[in-house]
Ligand binder design. Structure first.
Ligand SMILES: C[S@@+](CC[C@H](N)C(=O)[O-])C[C@H]1O[C@@H](n2cnc3c(N)ncnc32)[C@H](O)[C@@H]1O
Length: 254
């Protein structure tokens, strides 16, 4: 099929993470579509994970956090901010690492909406006066591949819409989810978000692969490495075509 658009294959067929040109990821388009304003599904996720971190960690806890596959999303990192002296933003795409550097230096206004949702009624967050400045001080944008993560390195972690949104392969979805949790020290709390039943997605006019997963798939992927695992489903259907809700998993590394 010499004339077939490889992008069509990447969305419809079986394609692994290494088959995708991640440096073509259009950061501006992705940010504008997803995080230019606070959506109610993200607000629901924020309530789950900010409550989770605030109840799982002592107020004085401070460690090294990681957010895997940050893309153009600063809110997972912001939910770890009170508990982190360093926040590694671990990202494969050059375009997204550039976006992260620029946005940490000059954050978009929408992040203040996200911060209001994170900090409202939660003391460890509410007592931070300049969260985006503090994040810029503590964040380290790092070139990295989830499949290269080493075990037992970080004290808390997040990974949002990555394991199921970087491949169509079930085995890669499971490996990415497990390597993320395994990169934390034993007992470390984590939060991970997943698109439910995703059939792939466009960023600008470029298609990216996804692995269609359910709550059972997330549970099966994480059970070998996690304890006190909780999975909540968040209603969402108007971000784009081809998914049915979002899922948030919280727990601790075994
Ligand atoms: C769907 S986006 C999610 C971005 C962001 N975490 C969010 O919540 O919107 C998937 C992200 O994973 C990154 N990515 C793709 N393959 C990766 C890999 N092997 N290791 C780490 N990040 C990867 C992409 O560059 C992109 O930023």
């Amino acid at each position: 099929m010499p004339d077939e658009d490889p992008r069509a294959v990447s969305v419809a067929g079986l394609i692994g993470n290494a088959d995708v040109e991640w440096d073509d990821f259009d950061s501006q388009a992705y940010f504008a579509n997803n995080y230019g304003t606070l959506r109610w599904d993200d607000a629901a996720i924020i309530r789950i994970i900010a409550d989770f971190f605030a109840t799982s960690l002592p107020e004085k806890f401070i460690g090294h956090a990681i957010d895997v596959g940050s893309g153009t999303n600063l809110y997972p990192a912001l939910t770890m901010l009170p508990y982190s002296s360093r926040v590694t933003l671990y990202e494969r795409a050059y375009t997204n690492r550039t976006w992260l550097h620029q946005s940490l230096a000059r954050p978009q206004e929408s992040w203040l909406q996200f911060w209001r949702e994170i900090s409202g009624g939660r003391r460890p967050y509410a007592r931070i006066p300049s969260p985006l400045r503090l994040l810029a001080d503590r964040a380290e944008v790092t070139k990295g591949n989830v499949f290269d993560l080493k075990p037992n390195r970080y004290d808390l972690g997040t990974m949002f819409f990555v394991a199921e949104s970087i491949t169509t392969r079930d085995d890669e979805f499971r490996r990415a989810a497990r390597l993320f949790v395994d990169s934390l020290v034993p007992g470390a709390p984590f939060a991970a978000a997943f698109m439910r039943n995703s059939s792939g997605y466009f960023v600008g006019d470029i298609g990216f692969p996804a692995c269609s997963v359910s709550e059972d798939d997330v549970r099966e992927a994480l059970t070998p490495v996690a304890r006190r695992l909780e999975i909540e489903t968040v209603d969402s259907n108007d971000l784009r075509e081809g998914y049915s809700g979002m899922m948030v998993a919280t727990g601790r590394k075994k």
